[in-house]
Design a protein around this ligand. Structure first.
Ligand code: NAD
Length: 291
């Protein structure tokens, strides 16, 4: 099925990025949120990010105007009923996502594809709460959406091939690259990345290295563009801990136990960049290691 109209639920960090790339690729976008403030902030962010792309010579002013013109916003979830594809990117809480799909289903066309951008909730379980598990899958963008090349496409147990292929065609039209993943906890990227970050926190916890020696070791010794602790601060330490808990519980293997020091930082509210402090303190001119 050819996708022309895309509905996006949730206009937060991910939802605004997804709206940005879809609108720029020529899709008609309906962006929904429960908060008008979130919608207003999303439109401002999208415009600012498009302007940044103009300044870098990546797109023209006409591209920006076309993209902004492709985005409609709405507080009514039912308005997404006439879209071909819905990408749900609301808050990462299963009760919220389930309620969204249950409210949306009665308004949908028969062949509309439902997807979720969830980082950790079972696609199969979300699909089972809808009337169309065969036309349901995971559509997992990376943050920040306009810059990151990868999209993980996750099949639930019932997802059919036409649904997969329609989503793959969207990823291609966005100019991004898809990686196909099966529906197991944390999929591929976070299954590998989060245990590495957690191990970096254990390395700090056990006193093997300081924050700067751990980060420079991975930057200079493994050619990673960012050190693991710097990256953890960027992602958010609460998010890292939540994903480790999903791996630990979902795979029932002690090798995924979250480091107690990661838990302690989260308990302190030192959640990384967004909180002004994490493994680094960002409140001054330059980030200062906290250990
Ligand atoms: P966010 O907190 O920035 O945004 C969530 C938005 O959802 C908010 O604007 C909120 O008002 C809205 N919302 C809540 N309930 C709603 C409802 N019932 N209907 C419509 N909108 C509702 O969160 P985010 O970081 O954008 O994450 C969104 C999703 O993307 C989550 O599932 C998360 O796991 C996933 N994800 C996040 C990242 C990341 O790095 N932040 C990366 C990949 C995937």
């Amino acid at each position: 099925m050819e996708i022309r109209d895309i509905g996006i639920v949730g206009a937060g960090q991910m939802g605004n990025g997804i709206a940005h790339v879809c609108a720029l690729a020529g899709y008609r976008v309906k962006l929904n949120d429960v908060s008008q403030d979130a919608i207003n902030a999303a439109l401002a962010t999208i415009e600012a990010n498009l302007n940044r792309q103009i300044a870098r010579g990546k797109i023209t002013e006409a591209d920006r105007d076309g993209a902004m013109g492709n985005i409609q916003t709405t507080l009514r979830l039912a308005d997404l009923g006439d879209t071909d594809l819905v990408i749900e990117a609301a808050t990462e809480r299963e009760t919220i996502k389930t309620a969204i799909f249950e409210d949306l289903v009665p308004h949908l066309r028969e062949n509309t594809i439902l997807t979720s951008n969830t980082s950790s909730i079972s696609i199969t379980r979300l699909a089972s709460r809808t009337d169309r598990p065969e036309r349901f899958m995971g559509f997992h963008f990376m943050n920040p959406v306009p810059l990151m090349q990868l999209v993980e496409l996750i099949r639930g147990i019932a997802t059919d091939e036409p649904t997969y292929n329609s989503c793959l065609a969207v990823v291609n039209r966005l100019g991004k690259t898809a990686a196909s993943a099966e529906d197991f906890p944390a999929f591929i990227v976070n299954r590998i990345l989060m245990p590495m970050i957690n191990e970096a926190v254990y390395t700090l916890y056990e006193g093997v290295g300081s924050v700067s020696s751990i980060d420079s070791s991975l930057r200079l010794g493994a050619n990673h563009p960012m050190g693991p602790l710097e990256l953890a601060d960027f992602i958010g330490l609460d998010t890292c801990l939540a994903i480790m808990n999903v791996l630990h519980e979902g795979l029932a293997d002690t090798k995924y136990r979250p480091c107690p020091l990661l838990t302690k930082y989260v308990e302190a509210g030192w959640l990384g960049r967004k909180a002004g402090r994490g493994f680094y303190d960002y409140r001054g001119e330059t980030p200062v290691p906290t250990r």
